[in-house]
Design a protein around this ligand. Sequence first.
Ligand code: FA5
Length: 344
Amino acid sequence: MREKLEALRDEALEKVKQAEDKKALQEVRVAYLGKKGPITEVLRGMGKLSAEERPVIGQMANDVRDVIKEQVDSKESALEEAAIEAQLASESIDVTLPGRPVQAGSTHPLTAVVEEVEDAFIGLGFSVAEGPEIETDYYNFEALNLPKDHPARDMQDSFYFTEELLLRTHTSPVQARTMERYQGKGPVKVICPGKVFRRDDDDATHSHQFMQIEGLYVDENVRMSDLKGVLETFAKSFFGAEREIRLRPSFFPFTEPSVEVDVSCGMCGGHGCRICKHSGWIEVLGAGMVHPRVLEMSGFDSTKYSGFAFGMGVERLAMLKYDIDDIRHFYTNDVRFLAQFKRN
Ligand code: FA5
């Protein structure tokens, strides 16, 4: 019996030594220390032993069981520790590795131009007003002196939802909406940036959707010279101090008189070149003195108040400023194009 227990102990301890993982160790534990294991069997057979042998063999069986259990437990702790060490080693981070660069975006050139124009006019005492992109026929046309049968409506082919509801064709309806809010009391001094829509065919200089910035100043004694002064100040701040403007007679139903405003060509300094079609000037916006009928329709007394208004295409401003040859670059979202407009 003694030899058998010693052999069992040596065999178990050898298997503990060989166990490479917790699963193998658990098998040793069950095989030698479990209820159906050989040591339990020895203890169960104690009754058959003599009275002298019983305590000796009993003690020995207990010792063998204890030593196997102790070895299994300590091997288990060692395996757990080794597993943790291995995990730590495999998950270690090399903090000296350079990080992957994050591509920083940039402000869209049209947004940048709108912000720059806003800043220039805020500096001249204007505030920013906005209006809806889905507009009523009344504000888009009628309140601007363009009744339903007016031929000048053809200048702005429109996207209609119903007979009365359309995508606004210009930012001028914000003029009428803003004046109504002021309830006949000046001064009104706002600029209104926003998207507009026309049934124009897309080409290098036209888009069916583009942006405009409207300007409106209504007060007592506002004169054409005020319009010229404000636009000249703006042109010099936006395009450069050396640039000049000129006003040419034009027609808009909502202004009288109406003008087209040209800025001297930045490429040739006004001498004439391919860019300005050899005229020395480039057209940038439409403007004029607010028509008395428009003032009256929006609740202003046209014998007391006068005003000027202007409307410019944002894409056109951006194309002139950055020498961009195709309006479609603004909408195709090619990052090689957009990344050139990173601001510091
Ligand atoms: C108007 O839209 C007037 N509401 C401007 C105005 C306001 C005049 C206040 C007087 C007083 P016009 O249709 O010319 O005017 O458009 C103004 C600018 O929008 C043009 O100079 C041009 O830069 C831009 N524009 C017009 N159509 C397109 C288009 N299809 N694509 C891109 N830009 C355009």
